[in-house]
Design a protein around this ligand. Structure first.
Ligand code: NAD
Length: 441
């Protein structure tokens, strides 16, 4: 099949390359000419396992090309996947749909009759219907469907090739048939397919993110209670997660969520629910958000206490800058937010990350960056573990102890083995585990 993928960011690049790999003819479109030039040369704009090879293979095969021209896209195919950004508006929690609207308006005059626009961007419920209204006059006969994206950064290629489910919201049997054909290999492999209306499809995405964000904030709230009660939140999480109705995933007490999706998606969901008269139903999302941002503040406060009450002039090593392991994405990264807050208090902060240093440097030039863990930790008064990269679990705490000024670890992700670090001479602190180093600090 022929298709375009409009917006070659995280979602669009991965979607375009995967669709080409399963045999489709794909034209990727973006307004960023530099990005399009790099992609045409087979260079991905982001780090994701398997993406470089996939891109090289599909570009070389001729099945994947890139362009900046929407007119070329409309002439090339009748099916268009829209993957542009839907960031938070600067004036509140609602989603900024200007990129989506710009694509629709730019494409409309060129669309052939019977075209299908398939949204993958995360949008407020009602967006597909609004866009269909917008296109009714400008491009009659164009259908707008919604096919939300569930890929996780860090496993984006795998998630696209073998998603846990496919959700398509359509207004005609023809559109559903087109999307079933697009995803035929996945459907044949047994991936559950949910065919529904566009409003339900739009809501599935934001409801999923709201549920996961709630689960994370729930366990972080429990960690705060554990800190006050002298209980262990990691044992608590393991024990409540053993109940299959609850489940262990997303139940690790830590620094909370960040990235380009969860924070803005729950705010946009709450804002949209308010607009349609259902604000009370999701008022709890404001609390989920507050609990989440509080974890960053608590980590900074705790670090300052461990530095003796003032961060000024103290040297802090930060392990991790990406918003989560497996990604070089630093958008709304809790790790970088904590590092920057300590820097603002006068600490000398040295940050290490296996993949995200370039992106981190671009947004936080005031921080110092180190290419290896040893360099980050040399002479440190405190080591902060802020992104749970597997690499950090194989660090030798005994060797590191000889490099730092004081062997004090704040494991804000509860990802390192406290017994191992304590045995190597470290004092270990972690959220929800006041017993680790003899009482809450
Ligand atoms: P991104 O910011 O990485 O990419 C957006 C791309 O769209 C950029 O390359 C930008 O240049 C391009 N663009 C902007 N305006 C354009 C226009 N008028 N015409 C053509 N291209 C244009 O965003 P992303 O992380 O890929 O997210 C895209 C959407 O998918 C968002 O709605 C997001 O919430 C959702 N989503 C993201 C993820 C994720 O893990 N990143 C997962 C699921 C859903």
């Amino acid at each position: 099949m022929r298709m375009t993928v409009i917006g070659t960011g995280y979602v669009g690049t991965v979607h375009a390359a995967c669709m080409a790999d399963i045999g489709h003819q794909v034209l990727g479109l973006d307004i960023d000419a530099e990005r399009i030039a790099a992609l045409s040369a087979g260079r991905a704009p982001l780090h994701e396992d398997g993406l470089d090879a996939l891109l090289a293979r599909t570009v070389a095969s001729g099945r994947l090309r890139f362009s900046t021209s929407l007119a070329e896209g409309a002439a090339f195919a009748g099916t268009h996947f829209v993957c542009v950004g839907t960031p938070q508006r600067p004036d509140g929690g609602a989603a900024d749909l200007s990129q989506v609207d710009a694509v629709v308006d730019g494409l409309a005059p060129h669309l052939r009759p019977g075209s299908l626009l398939v949204g993958k961007s995360t949008v407020p419920v009602g967006t597909a219907a609004r866009l269909a209204g917008r296109l009714a006059a400008a491009a009659p006969g164009t259908e707008v469907a919604w096919n939300p994206e569930f890929l996780r950064e860090g496993s984006a290629v795998l998630d696209t090739m073998r998603p846990e489910r496919l959700v398509v919201g359509v207004t005609s049997a023809r559109a559903e048939a087109v999307l079933r054909e697009v995803y035929a290999p996945m459907i044949r492999a047994g991936v559950p397919f949910f065919g529904t209306d566009p409003a339900t499809a739009e809501l599935v995405k934001v409801a999923s993110n709201a549920f996961l964000a709630t689960k994370i904030s729930f366990i972080n709230a429990m960690a705060e209670v554990c800190d006050a009660a002298g209980a262990d939140a990691t044992v608590l999480a393991g024990a409540i997660g053993a109940d299959p109705r609850i489940g262990p995933r997303f139940l690790a007490p830590g620094l909370g969520f960040g990235g380009s999706c969860f924070p803005k998606d729950i705010r946009a969901f709450a804002a949209r629910a308010e607009e349609i008269g259902a604000g009370e139903a999701v008022a709890f999302l404001h609390e989920v958000d507050r609990i989440n941002t509080r974890q960053r503040r608590r980590t900074v406060d705790r670090a300052r206490l461990l530095l003796g009450g003032s961060s000024a002039g103290r040297r802090v090593a930060v392990l991790g800058a990406a918003f989560k392991p497996g990604s070089d994405d630093v958008r709304d990264s809790p790790a970088l937010a904590v590092a920057a807050a300590l820097r603002a208090q006068g600490a000398e902060v040295r940050v290490h990350d296996p993949e995200a240093l370039d992106n981190a440097r671009a947004v936080r030039p005031e921080l110092t960056y180190a290419l290896d863990v040893d360099k980050a930790c040399e002479g440190a008064d405190l080591v902060l573990h802020l992104t749970d990269w597997p690499e950090y679990r194989s660090v030798d705490p005994a060797a590191l102890a000889s490099l730092v000024r004081s062997p004090v670890l704040l494991d804000a992700r509860n990802g390192l083995d406290p017994a191992l670090w304590t045995a190597a001479g470290w004092t270990v602190h972690a959220p929800g585990r006041p017993g680790l180093s003899g009482g809450a600090s």
